[in-house]
Design a protein around this ligand. Structure first.
Ligand SMILES: Nc1ncnc2c1ncn2[C@@H]1O[C@H](COP(=O)(O)OP(=O)(O)OP(=O)(O)O)[C@@H](O)[C@H]1O
Ligand SMILES: [Mg+2]
Length: 205
């Protein structure tokens, strides 16, 4: 695939949407065609699945929760991400399967090999050119999100600590394809650093 696939990951309230918007604006100014998408969502089916997953009234067993995220992901990959990359365009994705590894694997205790193999099936093995992890302590991120918490945000702090640690493990595994950033830094600093890394990527040059 000839496009450029960039992913922004991190716990709740880390600043993913803020940085995805900054990066999209900058790349569009460079004349690139940019698809700024989010998971779960960005398609009609994906947004419906998102609503079900985040509704505090929804009761879901861990494996069912994991598979719903993967269902939304599979549809998004097939209908939006893969076609854009094949057309040589840029995709900026707010969360990807590393979130599923962190929240449902490390967080809920589902087998990580199972999460990885279902992720592989859902994505067709399409891997990002680069992944940014906005890392921060859960109490800081949840403080930014405010008092109205969704089904996942409402989980106990110990759960969110496992998610944070899990994200770090997953992104460290990527080596040079991943960058871990301290998400407590100012928005402009983080945007600058992300731009610098992206500007050096072969897929953008
Ligand atoms: N670097 C930062 N420093 C301080 N506040 C920030 C920073 N980045 C984002 N914020 C603020 O924190 C809040 C959450 O930001 P944002 O929505 O971008 O995070 P998110 O990771 O997308 O959250 P969610 O997981 O809920 O989607 C917003 O009010 C945003 O303005
Ligand atoms: Mg967001």
């Amino acid at each position: 695939m000839s496009g450029c696939f960039l992913v922004i990951e991190g716990p709740d309230g880390a600043g993913k949407t803020t940085q995805a918007a900054r990066l999209s604006t900058w790349l569009r100014e460079q004349g690139r065609t940019v698809h700024a998408l989010r998971e779960p969502g960005a398609t009609a089916a994906g947004e419906a699945i998102r609503e079900l997953l985040l509704d505090p009234e929804t009761d879901l067993a861990p494996m069912a929760e994991m598979l719903l995220y993967q269902a939304a992901r599979s549809h998004l990959m097939a209908t939006r991400i893969a076609p854009a990359l094949e057309a040589g365009e840029v995709v900026i994705l707010d969360r990807f399967w590393y979130s599923t590894a962190a929240y449902q694997g490390h967080g809920l205790g589902l087998d990580l090999d199972a999460v990885r193999s279902v992720s592989q099936a859902a994505t067709g093995g399409v891997e990002p050119d680069h992944v940014f992890l906005l890392d921060l302590a859960p109490h800081v991120g949840l403080g930014r999100v405010g008092s109205k918490r969704d089904r996942i945000e409402s989980r106990p702090l110990a759960y969110h600590e496992r998610v944070r640690a899990g994200f770090r493990v997953e992104i460290e595994r990527l080596g040079a394809r991943g960058t871990i950033l301290d998400a407590t830094r100012p928005v402009d600093d983080l945007a600058d650093e992300i731009r610098t890394v992206v500007a050096a990527l072969e897929c953008v040059a």
